[in-house]
Design a protein around this ligand. Sequence first.
Ligand SMILES: [Zn+2]
Length: 219
Amino acid sequence: MPPTSIEDLLKTIFGLEVAKKRPSTKAVADVLDIPMASVTGMVKKLAADGLLEHVPYHGFELTATGRQLALRMLRRHRLIELFLMQTLGLGWDEVHADAEVMEHAVSDQLVERIYTYLGKPEFDPHGSPIPDSDGAVAVRSGVPVAQLAAGDEGIVSEVEDEDPEFLRYLSSLGIKIGSPLRVMAKDPYGGLVGLRVGKRSVSMGTEAAQRVRVARSNV
Ligand SMILES: [Zn+2]
């Protein structure tokens, strides 16, 4: 694995903020799977560069400049994923790892050419919104399947992109972006969620149900 860069750290902190989780040294170390001591060192550097601020008792948060940089990397990442899928025919489970590497290497001009070539897309292969070149990004759509109740239905709008195994699991259940989905039954206390996906009945574990978002059509 390449060493964790400042850009990756910014992206991770931004991701935690979007997920409404408090960015802390431990939370960042867990996501990136690196020692807390490494995170502490990088956080100091980011604070000195004015990219993040410490919030007493609450960890830290990105400054406006830090957020702009994180969004710039996300724009690169999401456009590259879509480009690999649409031009080379890679699956949605195959694009993340290469995009993680390529996002640091391509020029701004190339990113903008890819954007135009792809017809100015708004979403990446996993349903995540692509920030525009000014760093504005659409509000994330949908709610996790885990938060739906029996009888709720909607369209799969976004899935987590990091784990290829998880994406293949979703494919095996017939789930893709845009799939119609209905919650048929839900075990109390976080057991299985029974779903209707198109014409198929499937069940999904709670952990997976946290990682799939649905734009509800019945509320
Ligand atoms: Zn990705």
